[in-house]
Design a protein around this ligand. Structure first.
Ligand code: SF4
Ligand code: SF4
Length: 443
């Protein structure tokens, strides 16, 4: 079974919602749609208090090459454009809308069959549709998809990898998408192949999703050439870009370089589906599948949720916040971020909401490092987490940079493994942001 070679761990997978079909969530009474749901410049607001908007209407314009359009996910009245606290804990500008009905912008409709666009649309038209729809990486990175599909001059993309690994414990949104929208994903993959100008695509899926592998394989043999489904060993972080590239192609991305250096571009299955909808029905990225899960939740499931809905709305649909709740996390247990409040809203990058019971949310006290080197053995990027943590504690920014902290993919494998319960990832993450700022100011 294919996999990456360096490091990796095997956390319990806890995929308790794998059998839960995607269920549309009722509309919330109010949404707050952040203008910064992507890497890059925040979008510029195009609406003001009192404006009436429809679902799918552009409300924030991309403010530069690395930026993304933002659309209303609902119809209603703009109550305000103001700073709202997001999952990062920072207040950022958002458009607050009172929901009235569910009227969609006239542009969002199917005019031709999906196959028509494959032959009739040029590469540029596909890219323009993806850009107009505000599609970003939905696996968590939220990098504007249009930018990733436009490799820099001099580089030559050869392979598109579709990331269906979904290696984070608990999360099953991508799994359900592959089971329930396999045909659309295959067509979306062909769209992205054309947009990139490549003849080969590989869909990487961890082997704990045999139903998704079987359904995607059936769709491939029926509809496509040049696309291969690649089952992968269950090992975390199999869905990390560089790990996935090595597992599926055997190619290695040089340290500090982007995947295109190995001739590869990676897109998550959610992104492929959003690109499919952008091209075929002109639908902007205004809703996504979110796994809402946790051991004590009454109705955990995979919910199709409008962007801007509060996390509390999702939790209500899943049966309400259990009495034993200790922590609510946006994302999975390995890479997710604890939320300060359930008023935080769902964005394009929200893959899951995990409710952790109090008994499991408490961390054991951290002890001194016993120099066992387990963190080094499991690090998939070949780093020395114990050393990076010590340097981080002493604010040795230059040393951290030399220790390749910017290569850290924040997978959390080191913290998960450490027998001394040292908060390696927390300290490394802080140090990484300091090094990032230092690099930025040098430029
Ligand atoms: S969080 Fe960073 S340092 Fe820790 S194992 Fe993952 S890549 Fe390595
Ligand atoms: S795993 Fe923990 S105890 Fe072992 S070397 Fe790393 S930091 Fe130290």
């Amino acid at each position: 079974m294919k996999t990456f070679t360096l490091g990796g761990i095997h956390p319990p997978d806890e995929k308790r919602t794998a059998g839960s079909a995607i269920a549309p969530l009722p509309l919330p009474g109010q949404v707050a749609i952040p203008l910064s749901q992507h890497i890059g410049m925040p979008a510029t607001p195009l609406v003001a208090k009192g404006d009436r908007v429809k679902a799918g209407q552009l409300i924030g314009g991309a403010a530069g090459f690395i930026s993304a359009n933002v659309h209303s996910s609902v119809s209603g009245v703009v109550l305000d454009v103001k700073a709202v606290v997001d999952a990062s804990g920072y207040a950022r500008p958002a458009v607050v809308i009172r929901v009235e009905g569910d009227e969609w912008d006239e542009s969002v409709k199917q005019r031709e069959s999906p196959d028509h666009y494959l032959s009739a649309f040029s590469r540029e038209e596909m890219l323009a549709s993806i850009q107009a729809a505000g599609v970003v990486g939905m696996g968590g990175a939220t990098f504007p998809a249009r930018v990733k599909l436009s490799p820099p001059a001099g580089s030559r993309p050869e392979i598109l990898i579709v990331n269906g690994a979904e290696c984070e414990p608990f999360l099953t949104a991508d799994h359900r998408l592959m089971i329930e929208r396999s045909r659309e994903l295959l067509i979306g993959t062909r769209f992205l192949m054309k947009a990139l100008g490549v003849e080969q695509a590989i869909i990487g899926i961890e082997n704990n999703k045999p139903d998704a592998i079987a359904i995607m394989r059936e769709a491939v043999t029926k509809h496509t050439l040049g696309i291969e489904v690649c089952p992968l060993k269950v090992k975390y972080p199999q869905g990390g870009e560089k790990q996935l590239i090595q597992a599926t192609t055997g190619r290695r991305v040089p340290p500090g370089a982007l995947p295109i250096a190995a001739g590869v571009v990676v897109h998550n299955v959610g992104t492929v589906y959003a690109a499919y909808e952008a091209i075929t029905i002109h639908k902007p990225l205004v809703e996504r599948v979110v796994t809402v899960t946790g051991k004590s939740l009454e109705r955990p499931g995979n919910y199709l949720c409008r962007v801007g809905a509060p996390v509390s709305h999702l939790i209500e649909a899943a049966g309400g916040l259990p009495g034993d709740t200790g922590k609510v996390v946006s994302g999975g247990p390995m890479m997710g971020k604890a939320l300060a409040s359930t008023d935080v809203v769902v964005t394009k990058g929200t893959s899951g909401v995990l409710v952790i019971p109090a008994a499991e949310a408490l961390r054991n006290p951290s002890r001194d490092c016993i120099r066992c080197a387990k963190c080094v053995r499991v690090c998939p990027m070949g780093l020395e987490p114990y050393l990076l943590m010590t340097l981080g504690e002493h604010r040795q920014t230059g040393e951290m940079e030399r220790g390749r902290v910017m290569d850290c993919i924040e997978c959390g494998s080191c913290s998960f493994t450490c027998p001394a319960q040292r908060p390696l990832l927390d300290v490394i993450r802080l140090g990484k942001s300091r090094v990032g700022q230092a690099i930025k100011s040098r430029k």
